[in-house]
Design a protein around this ligand. Sequence first.
Ligand code: MG
Length: 253
Amino acid sequence: MIRIKNEKQIDGIRASCKALARLYRALVPLVREGVSTADLDDFCVDFIRKAGGKPAWYAEHFPGAACISINEEVIHGIPSKNRIIHNGDLVSLDIGIDLDGYISDSAITVPVGTVENKLLRLLDTTRECLDAGIGACRAGNRIGDISRAVYDTATKAGYGVVYEYCGHGVGLGVHEDPQIPNVPERGPNPRIVPGMVLAIEPMINLGTGDVDVLSDGWTVVTSDKKPSCHMEHTVAVFADHTEVLTMLNPGEE
Ligand code: MG
């Protein structure tokens, strides 16, 4: 069942999303060589508490406020004081905030220090995939139009698209209907209507789109161990436009 949000609910979700955007603004400069992923997670926990919220992933029993996935890790990397960030790493952060029961969700991949050009291109294309997906997310289109936009952008550049994990409805729960695959699929293809709040999240790989889960039960890695990028925004659909909620507009604090 797709939960259509009313104006008051969207206002609440927007507040949660803006808090998350402010967290990223503070966090991204801390993603540096020599820092542990637990250090970054501690910063997130502290920031979210001070903002009056709770880390949204706790409700999913994930052992962290932030999923932090490095290089061949795609998503759901567990923060650890033993996991140190190195020069040249691609660090993917995926964070959600529960603010007064309203859930935000967004992800970014940060290049650390001097990163190979082929990885910077992967990063650029993943951002283009997210932009294309958001561009296709309009009232009157279908969810499959988002999938098609992401998939075509990635495959034209020669990259693999993760098909076992996907975007989703969000806002009142962490994972709501509909699923938003990054690969066009048969099956349910709902119409996009005003009041939908969606997390669009391409996961794009340098090599194959195939993935495996490590023995920790969480960390998803590429099957060929080549690097992966992940970018995500939460958006709200209105009759005449789609608003990216997890972003600070110019002049917005
Ligand atoms: Mg998500």
